[in-house]
Design a protein around this ligand. Sequence first.
Ligand code: ZN
Length: 234
Amino acid sequence: MAENPRAVVLLSGGLDSTTTLAIAQQQRFAVYALTFRYGQRHDAEITAARRIAERYGVRQHLIAEIDLRQFGGSALTADIAVPKGRDTDEMARGIPVTYVPARNTIFLSFALAWAEVLGADDIFLGVNALDYSGYPDCRPEYIAAYQAMANLATKAGVEGRQRLTIHTPLIAMSKAEIIRRGLDLGVDYAPTVTCYDPSPDGAPCGQCDACQLRRKGFAENGMADPATAPAMQQ
Ligand code: ZN
């Protein structure tokens, strides 16, 4: 029996990347999950990523250490307050301070390097252009440009052994659609961590953009968030 093709899946431990992992497995890829400890405020999402990778029985789960706190410049990697209680109009306006400079370019570069070593032609990234229209590195034109660059970048590409595709299955979905797709695939969202500013034990703040979009997404599916219900339900 031919081995399933390998894919590198970027796994943050959040709702989007977990759904993306489930989609990659449904498409019969052998999943190599890649998580970054990049200097985020807390370890909760790395713990979540570990749990999810284990649950899905991925071939390998790497946690790469890259300290983006050395640069700062983001509410996620410096002592800058995470915005709370913003309405959807405010969220849609401009690039928020939770943007981490060049994060997806850095993450994809690590994924590209690992994919070349693995002989993988496929990278999965759970970016979403609809709910986070402010992030420049979540746009389809960015992904297309990165893919074109990646195919010029590697020895395996030049030697014709690798033709890289970056899969972004969630890019045009709303949060509610992502959750519906995940539920159809049997995703358990209870262990996922989405919050930009959770407490040390991983409990979501409930008020940051990510918490609000997530809550709205579950509400539009007529359900409570399994990560917070019932104890944390407000
Ligand atoms: Zn939050």
